[in-house]
Design a protein around this ligand. Structure first.
Ligand SMILES: C[S@@+](CC[C@H](N)C(=O)[O-])C[C@H]1O[C@@H](n2cnc3c(N)ncnc32)[C@H](O)[C@@H]1O
Length: 237
């Protein structure tokens, strides 16, 4: 049997695979107080993570996932739209007035893809999400930090916030903060997130991996048990 290693190393990115799996593992660890789990993600052109979420077996505790996805690049958006997992009722195209008429494609069931900057979407939406994954491909800079700060408006409690970004090439402001922090880059990010999003937020996972470049992947959990305790299931009301 011959194995084509060159092809394998290009097409299978284990670090990224682990990063996606880690988010799914954390989703399963939480006792969600409702059946439909709402996710807000950056799917890129391929929907790898979103498909991985979709294959969660039917006997799982969740009856349903509902996905809202943003992609700011028009070409990547068009490619993602072409590969959007089909629902029973076909695809529908529309525009979001509140977002400068951003193009929207939906499978009319559980997936909505919007051609916009995720920070702009989070700034205007009234929807709350159980899981937000900001899978940025670039380094930490002010716009990235602004996007992270805006998650405060949309992440539910209990909730998960995952962020992935390039390791290095930060602007001088963040390089200084990293050097001042005894826990380096990860410590700086955690502090910023506590300050900007929620002081109760807890870092539950961190990994570094090599994709096209060195990446850092962090998952945070917001007040995991507070709401669960006060939650009364509908059938017991
Ligand atoms: C690393 S890819 C996502 C990969 C995907 N999550 C996966 O599991 O394979 C990141 C995508 O998000 C887009 N993106 C980056 N920052 C964004 C932002 N602020 N708003 C919307 N899209 C953004 C990029 O254009 C890129 O297509």
């Amino acid at each position: 049997m011959s194995i084509n290693y060159a092809r394998q190393s290009k097409s299978i990115r284990y670090g990224k695979l682990e990063a996606r799996t880690a988010v799914i593992d954390e989703i399963f660890k939480i006792k969600w107080p409702h059946k439909t789990i709402r996710l807000l993600t950056l799917p890129g052109a391929w929907w790898h993570f979103e498909r991985q979420v979709g294959v969660i077996p039917k006997h799982s505790r969740f009856s349903h996932f509902s996905l809202t996805c943003c992609e700011r690049d028009r070409i990547v958006f068009n490619n993602a739209a072409l590969r959007l997992p089909r629902g029973k009722r076909g695809i529908k195209i529309g525009w979001m007035k509140e977002l400068n008429n951003a193009k929207v494609v939906t499978n009319r069931n559980d997936i909505v893809l919007i051609n916009c900057n995720i920070a702009d979407f989070m700034a205007i939406t009234e929807r709350k999400y159980d899981v937000v994954w900001l899978d940025f491909c670039g380094p930490i800079h002010d716009n990235v930090m602004d996007s992270i700060a805006t998650t405060k408006r949309v992440v539910r409690t209990p909730g998960l916030l995952a962020i992935t970004f390039m390791k290095g090439r930060e602007t001088p402001f963040y390089t200084d903060l990293i050097h001042q922090n005894p826990n380096g880059r990860a410590g700086m990010i955690t502090n910023q997130i506590k300050e900007m999003v929620n002081p109760e937020i807890e870092q539950v996972y961190i990994s570094e991996y090599k994709d096209t470049t060195e990446m850092i992947h962090m998952i945070f959990k917001i007040n995991p048990y507070k709401e669960i305790n006060s939650y009364v299931p509908r059938n017991r009301l």
